[in-house]
Design a protein around this ligand. Structure first.
Ligand code: FEO
Ligand code: CA
Length: 675
């Protein structure tokens, strides 16, 4: 489907669903591999399928115990490392957590976050009020403590996007209506609801987490009015210059901040994901497609899906119209660093980490002391990246911030023999030369996708969040790719028409996250293990409630255990399960076992997760509640609007639409979660 078909599709009822479908439009045209690659891939795969590979080779590909662990061996001998009673799967109007836990609403869209912020008035929204209130569609959640116990600190939350039809009264879906209902006033409210929030929170006298309204560091970061510095190899390059910023070093704001990360020195990384959707053109073909024939940068624009035209911002702000300001789009698609402790510090866009649809930016420190950042490019057939700093992490925050300005960006090639090779995106090496259109390192980074294409990286099934652990291991969430054809499968993306995704485990050589090579295996292939044609692969002890589809975000708790949250989009009807949080075993006889801990209200996706207070507190973000796939909700069976939503979670107030909200989970006995 292309943009027009998505907008016209009667099955796609609202902006959240359209977004999910837009995410699925591949822009990667270079899927044909060399004859040698194809022969290697085919023979490798056939051998695996026929059982011709030795045990060690197949174990390298699939991870031993998930393939071979017989049920009898697992039963009775292996204890789950996660001590909680599994929640039963389902889908209804509210959220649920495992028995023995509280899951309290901490922050909702519109909640005042500064001492002088007005109370939320959903019928009389203004940009000025929204700039002091919690933003829309909370995605990434991070936390940095302000006391030794970790009971007071700064919550850092990304606000990914806005859904106008459930956010504003009487408006309806605007992409389908040619944005006729939009005004500059509404666009400015949307812009003020994007970006991020820094909010001080603390345990109150009753031990409950609550917002500290007068916290001196509370603030919003938005695309409406937050000035940011551009640094790194692309800063100041002519392709980064605009009429408002002839120096190419300053930009207003950040958009579509999906997942992110917290650095070892306590700064917050906001990943800019679907930036292409905010750009407009008036040059449209008779078929309704953007006409890029007049654009000097048409090649890269096409590869990035620019302009997406999902919002009317370009009608009121020239910088979001590529006809008027074609370079502005080069100033988005980066990773932004924010110092949550210093409200006067300008956020920094770090071009050294590349320009793509950044899902997240989770960091770790390698054995040798280098900062390593794992990052996915969330689109079908796009790539997995990591960044390794030139310098090493120290006790000096000022020096540490430079680690994101100078380093090497790598893209992953997953070979059939279980090796992952990290290919450096360095100007002048291999094909990254002027003859191939890369005149400098700035070109390599602005056109990261084109450079990664040239290096022969492995096109993946939508790389979402990636989480490194200190021991040289990393987990890559591959959410789904129903567009992959049988002849495009490979060992690392083994299923055609993959509706449910899979998780890859990487073990870097010698446990060193800075290594140029490592080994990989598949931890789980998602979907219902009881349906043979799905081809799911779980530890056989996994229950009917425990398996899931579409892994998206992930986190480790204080004890190094993996937790995975899901985003099935409008397709949750294929599993019947609402999105949730699962405890996924990575070690021992239960490797590949999953248990349901929390589930969302209908139509919401689960973001976060983030463990704090030494594992006693867990922050979760419920994004776009009541919107995705509500035609599959029995008894409702229609698309949600402001006036008629599938749920009014979390307020259940007839005057309030559903509100994206952050939930805080604690154990009733005050102990560590799942221990
Ligand atoms: Fe914003 Fe890839 O989810
Ligand atoms: Ca995500």
């Amino acid at each position: 489907m292309d943009r027009k078909h998505i907008i016209d599709d009667p099955e796609i009822g609202n902006k959240a669903e359209a977004f999910e479908a837009f995410d699925d439009i591949p822009t990667h045209e270079n899927l044909s591999r060399t004859i040698g690659d194809v022969i290697n891939a085919r023979y490798g795969r056939r051998d695996v399928l026929r059982g011709m590979l030795g045990v060690s080779a197949s174990a390298a590909l699939f991870g031993g115990s998930t393939l071979v662990a017989p049920k009898a061996a697992a039963a009775g001998t292996a204890a789950s490392r996660y001590d909680f009673q599994e929640l039963t799967w389902g889908n209804d109007e509210t959220h649920h957590v495992a028995e023995g836990y509280d899951a309290d609403i901490l922050l909702r869209w519109g909640d005042p976050i500064t001492a002088d912020a007005p109370e939320f008035d959903v019928m009389n929204q203004t940009a000025a009020a929204q700039l002091k209130q919690f933003g829309y569609n909370n995605d990434y959640v991070g936390f940095t403590p302000l006391n030794a116990e970790g009971t007071r600190g700064l919550l850092c939350v990304n606000h990914e996007y806005t859904n106008e039809e459930v956010m504003f009264p009487g408006l309806g879906r605007q992409d389908r209506a040619g944005f006729e209902g939009m005004t500059q006033e509404l666009v400015e409210i949307e812009m003020a609801a994007h970006g991020g929030s820094v909010v001080e929170i603390a345990r109150d006298a009753n031990g409950k987490w609550a917002v500290v309204r007068d916290g001196a560091m509370n603030r919003r970061v938005t695309p409406l009015n937050t000035e940011m510095t551009i640094d790194g190899p692309a800063a100041g390059h002519p392709r980064m210059q605009t009429s408002a910023d002839p120096s190419g070093t300053t930009v207003i704001g950040t958009i579509n901040n999906c997942a992110g990360g917290m650095t070892p020195w306590g700064t917050w990384l906001m990943a800019e994901e679907n930036f292409h959707g905010y750009f407009w053109t008036d040059a449209v073909t008779d078929e309704g497609k953007a006409d890029l024939s007049g654009q000097a940068e048409a090649k890269q624009m096409k590869r990035y899906g620019v302009p997406g035209r999902w919002y009317a911002w370009g009608k009121y702000f020239d910088r979001f119209n590529i006809d008027k300001e074609p370079n502005e789009v080069n100033r988005f698609g980066w990773v932004v660093e924010v110092d949550p402790r210093d409200p006067s510090a300008k956020p920094v866009k770090h071009t050294a980490l590349g320009r793509f649809r950044h899902e997240g930016a989770e960091t770790t420190v390698s054995k040798s002391g280098h900062l390593v950042v794992y990052m996915g490019d969330d689109a079908r057939f796009d790539y997995q990246y990591k960044y390794v700093s030139t310098g090493t992490v120290s006790d000096d925050p000022a020096m540490n911030s430079k680690l994101l300005s100078d380093g090497i960006l790598y893209v992953a090639r997953f070979d059939e023999d279980g090796t992952v090779s990290w290919l450096p995106l360095v100007h002048g090496t291999g094909p990254l030369t002027a003859e191939n259109g890369f005149s400098s390192q700035a070109d390599v980074l602005i056109d990261t996708r084109l450079a990664a294409d040239a290096l022969g990286a492995t096109p993946m099934d939508r790389p979402e969040d990636a989480q490194p652990r200190g021991d040289g291991t990393a987990y890559i969430m591959l959410t789904n790719n129903s567009k992959r054809k049988e002849d495009q499968t490979d060992a690392a993306n083994p299923r055609a028409k993959s509706n449910f995704g899979h998780i890859i485990e990487i073990k870097e050589q010698d446990g060193d996250h800075a290594a140029a090579q490592g080994s990989w295996s598949i931890l789980v292939k998602c979907g219902d293990p009881a349906v043979a044609e799905v081809g799911a692969q779980w530890n056989p002890e996994t229950s009917e409630s425990g398996w899931f589809g579409s892994p998206d975000n992930c986190a480790f708790d204080a004890d190094g255990r993996l937790w995975v949250s899901t985003d099935q989009g409008s397709k949750w009807g294929k599993t019947g399960k609402s999105d949730g949080l699962y405890a996924v075993e990575t070690e021992g006889a239960l490797r590949g076992h999953s248990k349901l801990f929390f589930r969302c209200p209908v139509g919401g996706e689960l973001c976060g997760p983030y463990f704090a207070e030494g594992g006693k507190t867990l922050f979760l973000a419920v994004q776009h509640p009541g919107t995705d796939g509500t035609k599959a909700l029995k008894g409702f069976e229609r698309s949600s609007t402001f006036e008629d939503p599938a749920t009014r979670w979390p307020d259940f107030n007839p005057a309030m639409p559903p509100r994206p909200s952050v939930v805080v989970v604690t154990k009733k006995d005050g102990g560590k979660i799942a221990l």
